[in-house]
Design a protein around this ligand. Structure first.
Ligand code: GUE
Length: 286
């Protein structure tokens, strides 16, 4: 058997088309496009690729976008001053501070992100949005997990009543993935670095989400026949060689459906960001 490959491009395009239509409607009705500001501090080369992809996506959809490149040695106060200015900027509906931050301000990450106006928090990282997500109130939701849920729905993969296992418990992916899958009525287990008998648990998953950050970590014998496998990992193992957290070749032989890396979840992350910018603009304008 060979798994159906869930092409990120196909699903991302549908989310982007919808965002583009809604952006045009706002432009028409209110005379202003949705606006995104991405702040990049320092010169992390991976960040540069991602930020460029976000900027290109905005341009393609008629979303106004600003990329603010700040030097590596930017202080916490300088970054916060920039966030304050963008909070007050009426052209800007969404603010994203690209992570990771440089070492000298990494310790202030929470303080910095919490400064973003929750209504402009298109990453869905602000405690106000996290709280709303947990209680099920409408909110800006974290792009990667929300994009994965939208993909499952578009692909017609049942979530309600199914067993979902998430490997990884980060604030950005693992934890929100847990909440969003549970909100869709899956029975969800979260595994992590201290989990005992990991394979025994992952083999029960109808939907397995890998968000660990270790190349090819999920092996064939950890996956149930026919399971849907979502690979959130992006591991650069050579200058031009990107692999996920899943041993794609081998796992494809048992899975029912699987996302590739590259060309999978990363594209959905960007598409979901566009959805969030439009959602924020609708809330600001309507
Ligand atoms: N505040 C913040 N929000 C984020 O959403 C955020 C962040 N910081 N820091 C880094 C991660 C990572 N991320 C990706 C975005 C696009 C691709 C993407 O476009 N991937 C393509 C191309 C990958 C490539 O060629 O390098 C693919 O998977 O096919 C991947 C990963 C957003 N992140």
């Amino acid at each position: 058997m060979s798994a159906k490959i869930l092409e990120g491009k196909f699903f991302a395009q549908q989310l982007k088309d919808d965002a583009g239509r809604r952006a045009a409607a706002l432009q028409e009705k209110y005379g202003r496009a949705p606006g995104l500001a991405v702040i990049r501090v320092g010169n992390d080369p991976a960040s540069e690729v991602y930020v460029r992809n976000k900027d290109k996506a905005c341009a393609a959809l008629g979303i106004y976008s600003e990329v603010i490149a700040m030097p590596e040695e930017t202080s916490k106060d300088e970054l916060i001053a920039k966030i304050d200015a963008l909070n007050a900027d009426e052209k800007i509906d969404g603010i994203l501070v690209q992570l990771p931050l440089p070492a000298q301000i990494a310790q202030f990450e929470a303080e910095i992100l919490n400064r973003i106006d929750p209504s402009k928090d298109v990453d869905g990282f602000h405690p106000v949005n996290v709280g709303k997500m947990v209680t099920g109130e409408p909110a800006l939701l974290p792009c990667t997990p929300a994009g994965c849920i939208r993909m499952l729905e578009m692909a017609g993969i049942e979530i309600a009543g199914k067993r979902a296992v998430v490997i990884g418990r980060s604030n950005i992916v693992g934890k929100p993935m847990f909440h969003l899958l549970m909100a869709k009525n899956a029975t969800v287990t979260v595994c992590h670095s201290r989990t005992e008998n990991l394979a025994e648990i992952t083999r029960q998953a109808d939907i397995l989400v890998a968000a660990i950050g270790k190349p090819n970590f999920v092996k064939k014998d950890m996956v149930k026949k026919g399971a849907t496998v979502i690979d959130v990992g992006i591991n650069r193992i050579a200058p031009k060689k990107l692999v996920g957290d899943v041993d794609f070749e081998a796992v494809s032989e048992v899975a029912g459906a699987i996302t590739p890396v590259p060309g999978g979840v990363g594209l959905l992350t960007v598409a979901m960001l566009m959805q969030n910018v439009v959602q924020a603009a609708e809330a600001h304008l309507q």
